[in-house]
Design a binder for this molecule. Structure first.
Ligand code: HH2
Length: 270
């Protein structure tokens, strides 16, 4: 999954694709480059959810995102919109997007209902609190168990709303109300996050965790991000959400050639 941030203030690439208005030619070039480098899903976001970010009003998020979605839907690829707003989700679905990526994990029943009424997919991500305050004092008794329990509850609500498992993905939400230790525990125990056989999506790309471990500023976290994506994929992540597509694709080709670790002899691994 390649990230297309149509925001002035995203933590790693804010303003690149939207100085004041969405820069459609540049967005299209970025999308085409990502597709040629191996991306299967384009995830378009119009609201930064970095730590400390203030919410963006729905009409502004809509103004940023809708023209981009309409253009990208002309391409032969899966288009996702990263939004937590039911109204925008419904508009995007009416335009034909294939997936809603909800960083609140379906906290708003209206968003779940909007997706359930279509054939689209829904990614449910865990976040403790809200972006503005989530990194002030993240706290858990057992982060792995609590994140898993939240995702299971939200999946069950989606099932009750009539959604088939094939349309649901879960995501532990790295960096969303989590300390470095919480993030590392989630990555080490990624297999325990999965809910039944649902697809698992992971976003580690360029995040503070990689900065903390490598000492690199945001613009130089590509190698750490590709390594993190590789670790996640080796532990069972089905989708990795990334900014540095070429680097990540190379890392995943190595994994595809060698197979997962530990080796699962006789099970057709690799
Ligand atoms: N991370 C970000 C945004 N959306 N969605 C999912 N499912 N998983 C994630 O880990 C995730 C996400 C944050 O990254 P980015 O979009 O690059 O930054 P910003 O929120 O500042 O726009």
């Amino acid at each position: 999954m390649g990230v297309i941030n149509v925001t002035p203030d995203s933590f790693s690439d804010g303003g690149r694709l939207m100085p004041a208005e969405p820069d459609l030619p540049r967005i299209l070039d970025t999308a085409l480059a990502m597709l040629s480098e191996g991306v299967a899903i384009l995830d378009v976001g119009g609201e930064s959810t970095r730590p400390g970010a203030a919410p963006v009003p729905e009409d502004e998020e809509t103004r940023r995102v809708m023209p981009v979605l309409e253009r990208l839907l002309e391409l032969d690829t899966i288009v996702s919109v990263d939004t937590r707003k039911p109204g925008l989700a419904a508009r995007a679905l009416a335009a034909g997007v294939h997936m809603i990526n909800d960083v609140t994990g379906g906290r708003e029943a209206a968003l779940v209902a909007a997706v359930a009424d279509t054939g689209a997919a829904l990614c449910l991500m865990h976040m403790q609190g809200e972006p503005r305050t989530m990194q002030l004092a993240p706290s858990y008794q057992d982060v792995v168990a609590e994140v898993h329990a939240f995702l299971r509850r939200q999946v069950d609500a989606c099932r009750r709303a009539g959604m088939a498992d094939e349309r649901l993905l879960v995501d532990p939400g790295f960096g969303f109300g989590k300390t470095l230790e919480h993030n590392l525990a989630l990555l080490r125990h990624l297999d325990e996050i999965r809910v039944d056989d649902l697809a698992l999506l992971v976003g580690l790309s360029r995040k503070g965790m990689i900065g903390a471990l490598t000492g690199r500023e945001v613009s130089r976290r590509g190698v750490g991000s590709a390594a993190a994506a590789l670790l996640a994929a080796a532990r069972g992540a089905d989708v990795v959400r990334v900014h540095d597509v070429a680097e990540t694709a190379d890392a995943l080709k190595m994994l595809a050639a060698v197979g997962p670790w530990p080796r699962t002899e006789g099970k057709g691994a690799g």
